[in-house]
Design a protein around this ligand. Structure first.
Ligand SMILES: NC(=O)c1ccc[n+]([C@@H]2O[C@H](COP(=O)([O-])OP(=O)(O)OC[C@H]3O[C@@H](n4cnc5c(N)ncnc54)[C@H](OP(=O)(O)O)[C@@H]3O)[C@@H](O)[C@H]2O)c1
Length: 344
C-alpha cells in the first residue's frame, strides 16, 4: 500500500513541477489530492496521464493524509502548516516560514538526508531557498575534501523564482518593448525586461537583502555553522534556471583540477567544463533537468587555497519541487512514515 499525498499550491510553478516529478520518479502514492486557494476551485492540473481537479485548502481534512507538500508561500504556510501537522500529516514546506526554526529540519538530501529524522518535533520539514539548495549540493563534497572557510557568491536568479506572476511580468514587459503599451511593474521593483535588478526580497538594516541573508543562515544550518558566506543576489531576465558565480576558500589546499574530479562523482552534480566556446552550462539548458551543473572551474590566484566556478540548476526542480520530493523519499526509504488508517 502506498501513501496519500496532498499538494498545496498545485496550480503554481512549484506545485505543478512537484506533480511532474512525483510521476516521473514513480513515488509510491495511492492517492494525490491537489489543493490551492478558492480562486482555483475546479481548475484542472495534469498528473502523469491523469487530470486532477483542484480543491480548496480550507475545506480539506488532512487526518488521513500522510504527506503534505506545501508550496503556497510563507503566509499560507505559517497559518496552515501547524494545523496540518497537528492532524498527523507530515508537512514538507517550500516557503521560508520554518527554515530557521530550530525544531524544524532544513534538508537537502545530497547533503544532510539523515536530518529528516528530526521532523517529529513539529511534524514539519523545511525545503531551503532555491539559490541555497543548488549551492550546498556543490559545496558539500568540497567541504568534505578540504574544509571550506569562506564563500563569496553572486546569483543570477530567474523570474520563475518569484512565482507565476514573475514570469508573466517578464513576458508582458518584453512584449511592451516591441509594441506600444504601458510598461507595468508589479512584481519587481524595476523593469526586468532587458535589465538586471540587484535586489531580491526586502532590504535589511545592514544593507543586505533578505534573500542574501537566507543564503548565509541556510548554508550554515544545512552544511556547517562555521562557514563564512557573503552573497549578492540579482534577478535576471531568464524564465527558468538560477546561475551562481562562486568563489570558495579552503583551509587545506585543493586545486580546481582536484575539485573537478571530486565533483564529477558527487551525488546530484554534473560537471560540464570544457574550456572552449559553449563548453559550459547556461540556465536555459538547465530548465526541466534535475542535476546541479558545474562549469568554469578554475584556481583563484587571489587567495591561498581557493577556487572559482559557475553553478546552474533548474530553480523549480532542485531549487524546490525535486528537493521536496527527495525529502519525501528520504522519509519513506527510512520507514519513518507509517501508512495512516484511511477514513472509511
Ligand atoms: N519558484 C521557485 O524557484 C521557488 C523555489 C523555492 C521555494 N519556492 C517557494 O515555493 C512557494 C510557491 O512558489 P511558486 O513559485 O510555485 O509560486 P506561484 O507560482 O505564485 O504559486 C503559488 C501557489 O500558492 C497557492 N496559494 C496562494 N494563496 C493560497 C491560499 N490562501 N490558500 C491555498 N493556496 C494558495 C496558489 O493558488 P491559486 O492559483 O489558487 O492562487 C498557487 O497554487 C513559495 O513559498 C516560494 O517561496 C519557490
Amino acid at each position: 500500500m502506498g501513501f496519500k499525498l496532498a499538494i498545496v499550491g498545485a496550480t503554481g510553478n512549484v506545485g505543478r513541477e512537484i506533480l511532474n516529478i512525483l510521476d516521473e520518479r514513480g513515488f509510491p502514492a495511492d492517492e494525490v489530492v491537489v489543493l490551492a486557494s478558492r480562486r482555483s476551485l475546479g481548475v484542472e492540473v495534469s498528473f502523469g496521464d491523469r487530470t486532477l481537479k483542484i480543491k480548496a485548502l480550507e475545506d480539506f481534512d488532512f487526518r488521513d493524509t500522510d504527506i503534505c507538500l506545501m508550496s503556497a508561500g510563507g503566509d499560507v504556510s505559517k497559518e496552515w502548516s501547524p494545523k496540518i501537522a497537528a492532524a498527523g500529516c507530515v508537512v514538507i514546506d517550500n516557503s521560508s516560514a520554518w527554515r530557521t526554526d530550530p525544531d524544524v529540519p532544513l534538508v537537502v538530501p545530497e547533503v544532510n538526508a539523515e536530518a529528516v529524522r528530526g521532523f517529529t518535533k513539529k511534524n514539519i520539514i523545511a525545503n531551503p531557498n532555491c539559490s541555497t539548495a543548488q549551492l550546498v549540493v556543490a559545496l558539500k563534497p568540497l567541504h568534505d575534501a578540504a574544509k571550506i572557510k569562506r564563500v563569496v557568491v553572486s546569483t543570477y536568479q530567474s523570474v520563475s523564482g518569484a512565482g507565476k506572476e514573475g514570469m508573466d511580468e517578464l513576458f508582458n514587459q518584453t512584449k511592451t518593448v516591441y509594441s506600444i503599451g504601458q510598461m507595468e511593474m508589479k512584481k519587481f521593483p524595476k523593469r526586468i525586461a532587458f535589465n538586471v535588478i540587484p535586489q531580491i526580497d526586502t532590504f535589511m538594516e545592514d544593507g543586505f537583502t533578505k534573500e542574501e541573508w537566507k543564503m548565509v543562515v541556510e548554508t550554515k544550518k544545512i552544511l556547517d555553522p562555521k562557514i563564512k558566506l557573503v552573497a549578492t543576489c540579482v534577478r535576471v531576465p531568464v524564465f527558468i534556471g538560477h546561475s551562481e558565480s562562486v568563489n570558495v576558500e579552503f583551509e587545506r589546499p585543493l586545486s580546481a583540477d582536484e575539485a573537478r574530479e571530486i565533483l564529477r562523482i558527487a551525488p546530484g552534480i554534473v560537471v560540464q567544463d570544457r574550456r572552449e566556446p559553449g563548453g559550459y552550462m547556461t540556465p536555459h539548458e538547465s530548465a526541466g533537468e534535475d542535476p546541479v551543473y558545474i562549469s568554469r572551474l578554475r584556481d583563484d590566484p587571489t587567495v591561498d587555497n581557493g577556487i572559482a566556478f559557475w553553478c546552474v540548476a533548474d530553480n523549480l526542480r532542485k531549487g524546490a519541487a525535486l528537493n521536496a520530493v527527495q525529502i519525501a523519499e528520504a522519509l519513506v526509504n527510512r520507514g519513518l512514515l507509517g501508512n495512516r488508517k484511511r477514513a472509511a
